[in-house]
Design a protein around this ligand. Sequence first.
Ligand SMILES: [Fe+2]
Ligand SMILES: [Fe+2]
Length: 308
Amino acid sequence: MATYTYGGCIEQSYRINWKIKDVLGSLEFDLDRPWLPAALSGGGGVFCLNPEEKKKLTQVEMGAYSHLFAFVETFIAPLMADLALDSQGVNGEAFEALTNFASEEVKHIHLFREVARRVDVKLGFPLKLVTGQIEVAHAVLSKNKGAVLLLTSAIEWFTQHHYLSSMSQSDELDPLTREIFRCHWMEEAQHARLDHLEALRLFKDMTTVERHEAIEDLIWLLVAVDGLLEQQAVLDVANLSRHLDRAFTDQEWNEILAGLLRAKRHCFIESGVTHPNFLELFLSVTTSAQQARVQGAVALLLQKSPFH
Ligand SMILES: [Fe+2]
Ligand SMILES: [Fe+2]
């Protein structure tokens, strides 16, 4: 069972705390290397792309991958600032850990903004990326806070999984990409623990009606995430077409889109909601009927056709 503490998180966070200029350092993105590992790319099962084109696909996918982190951090930072107020004057360590958490997410937004700028410079054209993060943040923050925390927990645990399982040991991966996600991984480790502590705190005092609302809102949030992934997958195909300077037939376009969407759903939904540390939290705050309801909704999303 998890034994996280607010004090432990803030201590570890101060030990790690990096500066953006140190992360980006003197390295440049290398166009001869993949920018995302195969496990996170949609190119694997796509027959209409050759190996060189699949490598270029990872380059536009990484631009979208890092942008989607900045996108969700736009609601995570104010959520943490809001939760910190609950602890002000009540639990000093929680207040400090959560305000620091909010500040780290603001730093990550700045990091990923600079990453996006450098990606555009290296590719030689501006990547098309989903917009509307402020409007989405408002909509997300109007939902049950326990639901938003569960979604945030799933996201922050998958940052751990992605880096450890496919980036940390890859010799082939672009070194700057690996460094960016190594640094993000280190700070996110505390965030995921704080999500766990805060979700337990909120769910403990919820009525049955509020818990029901939290589960319905979690499903709404997962569907909203999926909507963003669908939009970005379409933009990724357009970005790839430009990067390759190649027009796709309708059949090729559809094949690439299906591969991208499958990979994005795996990255941003499936690898989060199946992470064992997320499940430990989720199972401890829900009934078996609620678990089945969420698992059923996730299963529907994962098998949804991109062409509806
Ligand atoms: Fe972050
Ligand atoms: Fe985070």
